[in-house]
Design a protein around this ligand. Structure first.
Ligand code: IPM
Ligand code: MG
Length: 359
C-alpha cells in the first residue's frame, strides 16, 4: 500500500516523539511491504519562528494532499505573548481541525496490565478494568463560538453554539464505536443548566432509538461524570461529549491510566482521513532532554494505520509491540523509569520485529 503521511512535529518534545513514531511506521512499512511517504512540514511556534505563521498555507495544503496527518505538539512559553488568534493552540491546532473537518476526536484510555501500579487509583478500582473511549466533538461548541471582550475590557463572552447536525454525526461515531466495543454509550453534558446540553440529550436519544437501539445509552451530568471517572472508571465504555467537556475529561481519564504520556488520539472527518496526535502537550520543561515518553505518539500512529489506512493487523502489531516493550520493562521517566525517548522507540521497534518472527 502506498500512502503519504504529512508529519507535523511542532514544538517542545514534538520533534523527539514524532521521530520515534516515524521509526515505528518505517518498521511497519518494511515488515509488511508498504510504501509510506513522510512529508515533513512546519507547524506551531516553530513555523511562526520560520515564516511568521503558526499554520503556514503550505503546511495546510500538504495536510489536505496527504492521506493522513501525524502531529507532535504545539505551543510553549516562547509564543505565549502572541495574540490569542495567532497563538499555536488556536492558529495551528484549532484551525487544522476546522479546516480539515476533523469533527470526531477519539481518545482511548486504558490501563495496561503491567502499568496498574502507575495508576494513582487504588488497586481494586483498577482491577475492575479501565478501558474507555472518549468521543469528543472537536469542531464546534465553546472553542469555536465567538470569543468577545468588551471595549472597556471589563467583561467578556464566549459563545457555545451547537446544531443538530453536529450532534447527530458525532453521536453516530460514538454508537458505532460502542457497537464494536462493549456496547455502552454514556452521554456527558450539563443538561440541568445548558440549552445546548438539552439539545444534545434529545438528539443523542433520537439517533440511538432510530439507529442503534441495541447499544445501551445513559446520560450523566459532567460534574458527576468527573466524579465517577475516579470512583468507578470501569463503568464507562464510550463517553460521548462536547468539545469542552471532552477536553477536560480526557485529561482526567489519562491520569487514571498512569501517565498522560500514554494516551493517543485520532481526529477524524468521517471518510477515513484523520489527524493523529498524542493528547499531551509540548512539555517545554523536558524538551530537548531526550526523556519524553514517545508511546502516546506511537500509539497514535497505530490509530492512523487502523482508521485512515484500514491496516488493522499492522495497528494491532504496533499496539502489541508497545505492550511487549512495557512488559519487558521499558519505562520512561513519567512511568518511573530511566529509559530515554529514542530507547523507548527502539524497544517498540525491537518488539515489533520479535512479534513478526513469532507469526
Ligand atoms: C487538546 C488540547 C487542545 C484542546 C488545546 C491545546 C487547544 O488541550 O487537544 O486536548 O483543548 O483541544
Ligand atoms: Mg486538552
Amino acid at each position: 500500500m502506498k500512502k503519504t503521511i504529512a508529519v507535523l512535529a511542532g514544538d517542545g518534545i514534538g520533534p523527539e516523539i514524532v521521530a520515534e513514531a516515524v521509526k515505528v511506521l518505517r518498521a511497519v512499512a518494511a515488515a509488511y511491504g508498504h510504501d509510506f511517504i513522510f512529508d515533513e512540514q512546519p507547524v506551531g511556534g516553530a513555523a511562526y519562528d520560520a515564516v511568521g505563521d503558526c499554520l503556514p498555507d503550505a503546511t495546510l495544503a500538504a495536510c489536505r494532499a496527504a492521506d493522513a496527518v501525524l502531529l507532535g505538539a504545539v505551543g510553549g512559553p516562547k509564543w505565549d505573548a502572541l495574540s490569542p488568534a495567532q497563538r499555536p493552540e488556536r492558529r495551528a491546532l484549532l484551525t487544522l481541525r476546522k479546516e480539515l473537518g476533523l469533527f470526531a476526536n477519539l481518545r482511548p484510555a486504558k490501563v495496561w496490565p503491567c502499568l496498574k501500579d502507575a495508576s494513582p487509583l487504588r488497586r481494586e478500582i483498577v482491577d475492575a478494568g479501565v478501558d474507555l473511549l472518549v468521543v469528543r466533538e472537536l469542531t464546534g461548541g465553546l472553542y469555536f463560538g465567538a470569543h468577545r471582550r468588551a471595549a472597556d475590557g471589563r467583561s467578556a463572552v464566549d459563545e457555545l453554539p451547537y446544531a443538530v447536525d453536529e450532534i447527530e454525526r458525532i453521536a453516530r461515531v460514538a454508537f458505532a464505536a460502542a457497537a464494536a466495543r462493549r456496547g455502552r454509550v454514556t452521554c456527558v453534558d450539563k443538561a440541568n443548566v445548558l440549552a445546548t446540553s438539552r439539545l444534545w440529550r434529545e438528539t443523542v436519544q433520537r439517533v440511538h432509538d432510530a439507529e442503534h437501539p441495541a447499544v445501551a445509552l445513559d446520560f450523566l451530568y459532567v460534574d458527576n461524570a468527573a466524579m465517577q471517572l475516579v470512583r468507578a472508571p470501569g463503568r464507562f465504555d464510550v463517553i460521548l461529549t462536547d468539545n469542552l467537556f471532552g477536553d477536560i475529561l480526557s485529561d482526567e481519564a489519562s491520569q487514571i491510566t498512569g501517565s498522560i504520556g500514554m494516551l493517543p488520539s485520532a481526529s477524524l472527518r468521517g471518510d477515513g482521513f484523520g489527524l493523529y496526535e498524542p493528547i499531551h502537550g509540548s512539555a517545554p520543561d523536558i524538551a530537548g532532554t531526550g526523556v519524553a515518553n514517545p508511546l502516546a505518539t506511537i500509539l497514535s500512529a497505530a490509530l492512523l494505520l487502523r482508521h485512515s489506512f484500514g491496516l488493522a493487523a499492522e495497528a494491532d502489531a504496533v499496539e502489541a509491540a508497545v505492550g511487549a516493550a512495557l512488559d519487558a520493562g521499558a519505562r520512561t521517566a513519567d512511568l518511573g523509569g530511566r529509559l530515554g525517548c529514542a530507547a523507548a522507540g527502539a524497544a517498540v521497534c525491537a518488539a515489533l520485529h520479535a512479534g513478526r518472527r513469532e507469526i
